[in-house]
Ligand binder design. Structure first.
Ligand SMILES: [Zn+2]
Length: 497
């Protein structure tokens, strides 16, 4: 653990290895992408400008194989699946990358990079391909903590290598496959090379944070690092530079303890997952474990997340209903002492979302001494601590618990303080029920409100004449269609299940 210090104060460059667009996205892909969305939101909240580059690998053995199988072209398959990934990311609230480069759009950059590596003695042509000379880089293996002399041969078995550990920078064209011209003959880029070329083009040879799934540490990231560092060092071959100052690797998503993977046949497609849970619940579940941890994806685990998410969402909705809306809540909290320290204090620019509103709230619980300010400070400390999301969620649930205690009392200022700080914390996690996940069918809401008022009036009338069976029947029939009625000291309240 080291303090985070960007190369350029106030700016953070992040490169995330994006998907190989060979087939529809599964939930594991979302789990890998989500921590970088969280990181980005937190860095922005903390006053940084973030450039997030996430590539698309749109040429690859598996894309070629799948396109052949489906009787389509690699271009069509890659385009369709790129769109499916974009849709899946957007559906669970992952902000689009600042730059989304495609591998096939960067062949000239890759050829230039290979040329530099050959000139520096780090690569050689052989058998129509070009190979990276692993033995030329003293620092090889440092990222994955391996000794080069103990390594197994690289996966590529093509002829032309002078050392079995060497890996392909450029692959000789095979009959019937897409190819590009190069000084070494017709072929296509190696996977590792793509990321070095694209990261270098948009972030430079050294940048702040490089991320991806834990399964990319070796060989992918080790090889990216070797290529980038050696190309920048030229002929010296020393371990003098670093591609990224910080590497972030996301733990696996498992089902029943086994890694979720297409090749193992246990993957859950995003489309299927979203048939079972709402997107915000899926987002909540996938970010609820620390990014370095393994996360289980089972119906039971999802149910727990759904219940936890519902508790938070219900509080925000009920509180905003009582207070008359988010604007009223902000105005009330502004009356209540100084607002929370925010982005303006921590960094340069405060940006949109509930973070820029008055969050307010020195008024807290007289017994525990908890205040909205304290909740925010706990949340902030947790997020600063390598995105300790478990503690961040604990701060949210603490605020929700305090807020629920004053929900049905006439302490609207306190309630405003709690709901504002809750929304601000949720906003950082991309989970604010009001701002980020407005309910669908908003145009129907006035009509639904009117119909529900009629139903609730009928239920009140039934109870007034002591016909409790009828009152219960109305309530259970509404519940059966997803309309939940709660009896509170202020009367009946309803919400969508
Ligand atoms: Zn990569």
């Amino acid at each position: 653990m080291r303090p985070f210090e960007p190369l350029r104060p106030g700016h953070v460059g992040v490169y995330v290895c994006g998907p190989t667009v060979q087939s529809p996205p599964h939930v594991g892909h979302l789990r890998t992408a989500l921590p970088f969305d969280l990181l980005r939101r937190w860095l922005v909240q903390s006053g940084h400008e973030v450039t997030l580059v996430q590539n698309v690998t749109d040429i690859d053995d598996k894309i070629i194989t799948n396109a052949d199988r489906d009787g389509t072209s690699v271009w069509e398959l890659a385009t369709r699946q790129t769109r499916a990934f974009d849709d899946a990311y957007r559906t669970i609230g992952i902000l689009p990358p600042t730059i989304q480069p495609r591998a096939t759009g960067h062949i000239p950059e890759m050829i230039a990079l290979i040329s530099a590596l050959i000139d520096g003695g780090h690569a050689y042509a052989g058998g129509g391909s070009v190979w990276f000379r692993v033995g030329s880089f003293a620092g090889y293996g440092a990222l994955s903590h391996q000794r080069p002399d103990a390594m197994l041969p690289s996966a590529e078995s093509e002829s032309g290598k002078s050392d079995p550990r060497d890996f392909a920078l450029w692959k000789a064209a095979r009959p019937g496959e897409p190819f590009w011209s190069s000084p070494w003959g017709e072929g296509r880029p190696g996977w590792h090379l793509e990321c070095s070329a694209m990261a270098g083009k948009y972030l430079g040879p050294a940048f702040d944070i490089h991320g991806g799934g834990l399964d990319l540490v070796f060989p992918h990231h080790e090889n990216e690092r070797a290529q980038t560092v050696c190309a920048a060092d030229g002929a010296t071959g020393g371990d003098t530079g670093e591609m990224a100052r910080y590497w972030m690797h996301v733990g696996l998503l498992t089902t029943g303890g086994t890694k979720m993977s297409k090749s193992l046949g246990n993957s859950v497609l995003v489309a299927d997952a979203l048939g079972a849970v709402r997107p915000q619940v899926l987002r909540y579940h996938l970010l609820s474990a620390h990014y370095r941890s393994t996360l289980e994806y089972t119906p039971e685990a999802l149910d727990e997340s759904a219940a936890a998410h519902d508790r938070v969402e219900t509080f925000v909705r009920n509180a905003l209903d009582i207070l008359g809306g988010p604007g009223e809540a902000a105005a009330l909290a502004a009356d209540d002492g100084p607002s929370l320290p925010g982005a303006a204090v921590r960094g340069r620019a405060a940006r949109g979302g509930p973070g820029s509103e008055a969050v307010g709230g020195t008024a807290g619980d007289a017994v525990t001494g908890l205040t909205p300010q304290r909740a925010w400070a706990d949340f902030e400390a947790a997020m600063d601590d390598d995105l300790a999301v478990g503690r961040a969620l604990a701060a949210i649930f603490g605020a929700v618990g305090q807020g629920n205690q004053v929900l049905s009392k006439a302490h609207s200022r306190q309630l405003a303080g709690w709901v504002n700080v809750t929304r601000r914390m949720l906003g950082v996690l991309g989970l604010d029920p009001h701002e980020q996940w407005p309910s669908a069918g908003a145009e129907l809401r006035p009509a639904l409100d009117g119909v529900m008022q009629i139903a609730l009036d009928l239920r009140s009338a039934a109870r007034a004449r002591r016909d409790y069976a009828e009152a219960d029947s109305i309530r259970s029939r509404l519940a059966a269609v997803g309309l939940i009625v709660e009896d509170t000291p202020e009367g009946q309240r309803w919400h969508l299940a």
